[in-house]
Design a protein. Structure first.
Length: 149
């Protein structure tokens, strides 16, 4: 089944999912932000088929999320390096992680932890804030649809 493009959708979430909306893409970005650079590293870490990895990497490069650079060790390989667009996805990955920590594990089940490099402590829960600093819940927000829609 061919996937429908959401590129022209008015919703920013839909357009974002059009670019990074499959699990392989998000896991590739996660690994790139953690230091993976080579095709073989992504494949080993993720266990993804070469054809799928090739397609996802091509898309992430075409979207400006990763860039291809000559290998840092001077070899004939190439590195996939995160761009500012990739680094801007860090809060999205943290939000997914924190949701998973709360809802995807059984009580007392172990999981990997994301901690502050400075003190080794877990991160605080992400919060959505208004322009004036107030903490907002979902019910405190609404979506405005452009009049021309």
């Amino acid at each position: 089944m061919k996937r429908k493009s959401l590129q022209g959708d008015l919703c920013p979430i839909a357009r974002t999912l059009d670019v990074i909306g499959d699990w392989w893409s998000l896991l590739i970005i996660r690994d790139a932000l953690m230091g993976a650079r080579r095709f073989s590293q992504f494949q080993k870490n993720l266990g993804v088929a070469k054809n799928i990895l090739t397609t996802r990497l091509r898309t992430l490069v075409a979207q400006g999320i990763l860039e291809v650079k000559p290998a840092s060790d001077g070899s004939a390989y190439q590195d996939y390096v995160p761009t500012d667009k990739a680094r801007a996805l860090f809060p999205v990955l943290v939000a997914l992680r924190q949701w998973g920590e709360e809802y995807a594990f059984a009580p007392n089940e172990k999981f990997s932890a994301l901690v502050d490099r400075k003190d080794g402590q877990p991160l605080g829960k992400l919060q959505i804030r208004a322009h004036d600093g107030r903490v907002l819940e979902q019910t405190d927000t609404k979506v405005l649809i452009p009049a021309s829609a």
